[in-house]
Design a protein around this ligand. Sequence first.
Ligand SMILES: Nc1nc2c(c(=O)[nH]1)N[C@H]1C(S)=C(S)[C@@H](COP(=O)(O)OP(=O)(O)OC[C@H]3O[C@@H](n4cnc5c(=O)[nH]c(N)nc54)[C@H](O)[C@@H]3O)O[C@H]1N2
Ligand SMILES: Nc1nc2c(c(=O)[nH]1)N[C@H]1C(S)=C(S)[C@@H](COP(=O)(O)OP(=O)(O)OC[C@H]3O[C@@H](n4cnc5c(=O)[nH]c(N)nc54)[C@H](O)[C@@H]3O)O[C@H]1N2
Ligand code: SF4
Ligand SMILES: [Mo]
Length: 721
Amino acid sequence: MLAAKISRRTFLKASAAAGALATLGSGFTVLPKVRPVEAATEEKVVPSICEMCGVKCGILVRVREGRVVKIEGNPKDPQANGRLCARGNAGMKTLYDPDRLKSPLKRTGEGQFQPITWEEAFKEIGEKLKELRHRYGPQSLVWLAHPELIAPWEKHFMAAFGSPNYTGHAPTCYSSRNVAFEQMYGGVPGTDYANVRYYIALGRNLTGGIKNPDIQKIVAAKEKGAKLVAVDPRLSEFAFFADEWIPIRPGTDLALILAMIHVIINENLYDAAFVAERTVGFEELKAGVTTYTPEWAAQITGIEASTITRLARELAAAKPAAVVDPGWHAVTGSQYFNSLQTARAVAALNALLGNLGAKGGLTFPPKIKLGDPSPLMGPKPQAINAPRWDGAGAGKWALIKAHGMIQLFPQRVKENDPYPIKAVIINHLNPVRSCPDSQAFIEALKKLELVVAIDIQMNDTAYYAHYILPESTYLERYDPIMTVGNKVILRQPAVPPLFDTKGGEEIIAGLAEACGLGEYFRFTLEHYNNALLAPLGLTQEKLAQEGVAEVLAEKPDYTKLNTPSGKIELACPAFVKVGSTLTPAWEPPKVQPKEDNFRFIQGHVPVHTHTTTDNNAYLMALMPENELWIHPSRAAKLGIKSGDMVEVASEVGKVRVKARVTEGIHPEAVFLAHGFGCLVPVKRLAYNRGANDSMLIPIMAAPISGAAAQCETLVTVRKVG
Ligand SMILES: Nc1nc2c(c(=O)[nH]1)N[C@H]1C(S)=C(S)[C@@H](COP(=O)(O)OP(=O)(O)OC[C@H]3O[C@@H](n4cnc5c(=O)[nH]c(N)nc54)[C@H](O)[C@@H]3O)O[C@H]1N2
Ligand SMILES: Nc1nc2c(c(=O)[nH]1)N[C@H]1C(S)=C(S)[C@@H](COP(=O)(O)OP(=O)(O)OC[C@H]3O[C@@H](n4cnc5c(=O)[nH]c(N)nc54)[C@H](O)[C@@H]3O)O[C@H]1N2
Ligand code: SF4
Ligand SMILES: [Mo]
């Protein structure tokens, strides 16, 4: 049984130093046991934070003779709990990747770069930024990032520069889920996975789109007898692990959830006391779902009406330790035009179960009161009047100020709309492959007067930059502190930088100095961390010893939510103001495949992180390329067998990739794992391995949430070899 195999011991002992591989039947891959590293007198153990994905588990880094020899989970860290996933274990190969960026680079031609000094790089970038600000105004600079621990520094730089254009990756990931829960619950709750008794995942692939702490908890819940249901058009890693797999027609989860609400209200299975005390708008919700019967939903979803009714009854019977996962990326996050309505329906259904704040239900994290570093951070930046480049936060996009619409960047650059964008700084992000339409993004980068990429490796986006500034990896640098639950955690270097790289804070302060904004950055990262830690009686130095400290945290008050009514808004006027319905309502997905084409769906895999790990030797040994999943009934008609090369084509691009014929995919869809098909020859392991999904996806913005809706893409498939 998988649950037994992913034991604490396996996680702890799994080491990236292993050569041989063990693959569990689910496709969830862990590395086998190896000899424990022998304690040597000179060995030091540095507690720090993993950055092989955004989850940031606590790690213990073993260093011998100045070299990292092993990375383990920190048992004191609430996320790692002593264990790491395959990617966390493989971090050494990112540190010691021979293809890493080793010094600042300046572009000299297509794919050609020359090493320059940091002084030269800062000076030349600073002069260009000053010139562009003078000619086009500060809003002509956009900063794109996957916001990480350094994000407050990036935002401070942009505020000092006078540009409103700091933009994260949200619409390619979680915008719809966040907008729904922010408006209805006042924030996005997590799930108490450890204690859940009945759990439904709408495409939330817990064992594939991994969050280390959650996977450990859901395994524990399963061991205690929880029932796990995976709704997914694909036999995902979680569908394999769960008790029941419901292979839904893609894009139709909204109908399933609306019908479950219908059943739970009609059969009086909801938590009436909770609904009366903690929600508003129940009568409107009830009236809104009268026509959404299981029979209606069966026709749309392809799931039998009796199954829908059974799932609703089983879920309600387990309340309040019963949850439909709010999700992350896929269905409720950003992949469909109706993702926002789906997330709203999920939020409403959970409320009917009365699970907010209950054991095994939805939870908000406790809050730690940190200090205010702003007195250190120079003069108060002037107010900015220019609108954002992407329009987020105004008019029909009023609800997405914090999320933006990064995917529109190529169009806005091309059209000089709403004003000329002339320069971009891109940190910890690879939009050429993580945003839709890779080719359009490349064209936009070529049009700009200044492109600066900050990364640890030459990614597909940096390849088009005028300047590349190499950041030290997470094993070589400090970062702003982070908090999880009631703990504060520090990232600190395990080894000094191997090459001529700098920490993010030095890069940002260096850029600021060079464009005349030095007065905003007359403080060090240690000053900054100490200011945050001051109320807790801690300093960076003290925290460095164990890497983790437990502190006092304020428990959330579920009786007073951060919504206009202070309660869960089942009927939510905020959505009406931006042109939507008061309560969750059916909206079909944007596109519908026919007999000669497919819906193109994508997702993440257990042993890689997006496009970040495609040159990591250990992880590439585990999974070197992706394959196109196609159903046997469709493959037969197209004469396609497993292993054949196929061409996949959409309205914006074409890719070639191997086919994998499998019953584990809905016949109307084909699936490709995200994160392959690197376009840059410098990354020797990654280059041209598998196919780049983003090449096929047109640029879109779903109504209200602005989500990128990557799965609203139609493709044709033909055999080419
Ligand atoms: N078609 C399609 N597109 C998708 C997805 C999908 O499933 N399908 N998934 C979406 C999702 S959920 C997300 S979150 C986004 C992610 O999209 P991105 O945020 O662009 O993530 P990556 O593609 O991994 O690129 C991250 C970059 O950060 C760099 N990096 C890693 N560590 C460091 C560091 O310590 N410092 C610096 N400066 N850089 C570092 C890596 O080398 C890499 O170049 O992609 C989205 N795009
Ligand atoms: N190993 C690993 N872990 C990761 C990441 C990673 O890249 N690698 N990325 C991290 C990030 S940034 C994120 S956002 C999360 C993402 O975590 P998830 O949101 O759980 O992961 P995705 O891979 O985006 O999920 C896609 C699943 O949704 C299914 N799906 C597609 N269309 C539909 C549909 O219409 N209905 C239903 N019910 N299912 C559908 C797909 O088949 C796939 O199994 O993972 C995080 N953890
Ligand atoms: S989930 Fe895995 S890769 Fe992500 S931070 Fe944790 S150990 Fe590292
Ligand atoms: Mo994501």
